[in-house]
Design a protein around this ligand. Structure first.
Ligand SMILES: [Zn+2]
Ligand SMILES: [Zn+2]
Length: 153
């Protein structure tokens, strides 16, 4: 009897590999996903990195780079990594720095924010990601170091 490995029918979000990603985890909750749905995660046979996919109906698909944070004796946490352009200098060389930061002046109470660090200018960009990705210049409060402000003057 042959067992076929279930495949995730999407491109690798990291390297573009396009021949199907073997599924490593299903019914996954992504901490900072664009949609509150279960995702499936596949691992790329070419670059070994993971991509998450959620499907809505027949045509709507959300897929992103995903990182797994393994926790001792508990289920892994999965985090989406977005392609973020630095809101200060326009560089594409950004790395995720912090998930779900506290923002003093959010655009909407609904939004949650992640922080990305720019390799080019060193500054921080905050993103909100519900439905669509939005970026903001972000600065840290001088006193309360865990507090961030969007789009300072
Ligand atoms: Zn890949
Ligand atoms: Zn920058």
């Amino acid at each position: 009897m042959t067992v076929t490995q279930p495949m995730l029918d999407t491109r690798c979000a990291w390297c573009g590999f396009d021949a199907g990603l073997p599924i490593v985890s299903e019914h996954v909750h992504i901490t900072n996903a664009q949609v509150a749905m279960e995702h499936a995660v596949g691992r790329c046979p070419q670059c070994a990195r993971t991509t998450a996919l959620a499907r809505w109906g027949r045509d709507l698909r959300f897929s992103y780079k995903a990182l797994e944070y393994k926790r001792l004796f508990r289920r892994s946490t999965w985090v989406a990594v977005y392609d973020v352009i630095c809101a200060w200098c326009g560089s594409k060389a950004t790395d995720p720095a912090e998930i779900n930061v506290t923002v003093a002046n959010p655009v909407s109470e609904r939004f949650r924010y992640d922080l990305y660090a720019c390799q080019t200018c060193g500054k921080a960009t905050a993103i909100s990601y519900l439905g669509e990705l939005r970026t903001h210049c972000a600065i840290r409060d001088d006193v309360y170091r865990a507090l961030w402000y969007l789009d300072p003057d």
